[in-house]
Design a protein around this ligand. Structure first.
Ligand SMILES: NC(=O)c1ccc[n+]([C@@H]2O[C@H](COP(=O)([O-])OP(=O)(O)OC[C@H]3O[C@@H](n4cnc5c(N)ncnc54)[C@H](OP(=O)(O)O)[C@@H]3O)[C@@H](O)[C@H]2O)c1
Length: 344
């Protein structure tokens, strides 16, 4: 169901600055915290969902955001509880669904990652369907829904028409990519059947400052690389990179731009780990950046991001991503300017 912005809502009361209320699921996460910051700065009222609203330590960074005291509301919601998002979503003109497990399952991929991603997304969409004020849902998908396949021409950059192979993800046990692929497919099917306007953002590996003091999985991988570890980036292999601020701004643009439709890759540049670490070692000679990675037997790929760029969007450079990320890691004490960064 779809509706125009309700003209009798808080809009008239709050003046021209007020842009309406939107919901961000998983608001305390790495990406969602930055998205919440950007939404507040651009005048939205934000309802963020979190699993434990009583955890002051985990949520303090959200309450410190500009505009939070006046325009942020935090509500408890759990992906696997039916109807859990009803209250948070009701009355919102937009929903940014970012909550999804970002982890490597330990023993039970179905319960740990696949069900929360797929069933959780459908649960959120069922709440969206009950909300007559809803204009659009922006789902945070991933470039891993595009590139895990072995049947493409490496000379042609992959674009949004490409879908990762479910069979290949299962065979190689790439559970995260499988969870995101199945969740996005389920979302498209549900939204088509129920007349919900959906746009999906497909970020590559997100780099940038972490607002939460506890580092999420991807930010921890970056920290480990900067401390000299090769393991995670060896596993990731060739990857696209994008600045966290760009991902947040893309989400907002995809919500606001009426003509936005379908899927949008959000990525600045695709690099092999050797290329990335050569650049990092030159730029940050004081860090023990690893130099050698094994060459993997995986298909070469590039990403075509012309769809996002056609909306007038320009992505920040890889240098800016790491400058900002490292500055934040230093400020938070995860890195120091000296030999103590080496990890054994
Ligand atoms: N980081 C990247 O490089 C990257 C790239 C592409 C796409 N993405 C997508 O971006 C989104 C955010 O990822 P992130 O990197 O910011 O990771 P993150 O910090 O781990 O955020 C994940 C969020 O999902 C929430 N969540 C997980 N399971 C949940 C459940 N069962 N019920 C309710 N909430 C649940 C987490 O809540 P808790 O805080 O309570 O655990 C957390 O807020 C994900 O959809 C991810 O797939 C990330």
């Amino acid at each position: 169901m779809m509706a125009a912005l309700n003209p009798t809502s808080e809009c008239e009361v709050q003046g021209p600055e007020f842009k309406g209320r939107v919901c961000v699921t998983g608001a305390s996460g790495f990406l969602a915290s930055w998205l919440t910051k950007r939404l507040l700065l651009s005048g939205y009222h934000v309802t963020g969902t979190v699993r434990n609203p009583g955890n002051d330590e985990k949520l303090a960074h959200l309450w410190r955001l500009e505009g939070a005291k006046e325009r942020l509301r935090l509500v408890k919601a759990e992906l696997m509880e039916e109807g859990s998002f009803d209250d948070a979503i009701m009355g919102c003109i937009g929903v940014f669904h970012t909550a999804s497990p970002v982890l490597k399952p330990t023993s039970n991929p179905k319960a740990e990652i696949l069900e929360p991603a797929v069933e959780g997304t459908l649960n959120v969409l069922r709440s969206c369907d009950k909300n007559p004020s809803l204009r659009r849902v922006v789902l945070t998908s991933s470039s891993s829904t595009v590139r895990v396949r072995d049947d493409f021409d490496p000379n042609i950059a992959l674009d949004e028409s490409s879908w990762s192979s479910v069979e290949l993800c299962e065979k190689l046990q790439i559970w995260y990519a499988l969870s995101k692929t199945l969740a996005e497919k389920a979302a498209w099917e549900y939204c088509k059947q129920n007349g919900i306007q959906l746009v999906t953002a497909l970020p590559t590996f997100v780099i940038g400052p972490s607002l939460p003091p506890h580092l999420c999985s991807t930010a921890s991988d970056v920290l480990a690389l900067l401390k000299g570890e090769t393991e995670k980036f060896q596993y990731h292999g060739r990857m696209g990179y994008v600045h966290i601020d760009d991902v947040a701004l893309c989400h907002i643009l995809l919500f606001e731009k009426e003509t936005a439709h379908g899927r949008y890759l959000c990525s600045s540049t695709v690099m092999d780990p050797q290329q990335l670490t050569a650049l990092l070692a030159t730029r940050y000679p004081w860090l023990p950046i690893p130099k050698r990675f094994k060459t993997l037997n995986r298909p070469h790929y590039d990403l075509n991001t012309s769809k996002m760029r056609s909306l007038g969007f320009e992505f920040k450079s890889i240098e800016e991503m790491f400058d900002d990320s490292i500055a934040s890691l230093l400020e938070q004490g995860h890195l120091t300017l000296g030999p103590t960064n080496v990890s054994y």
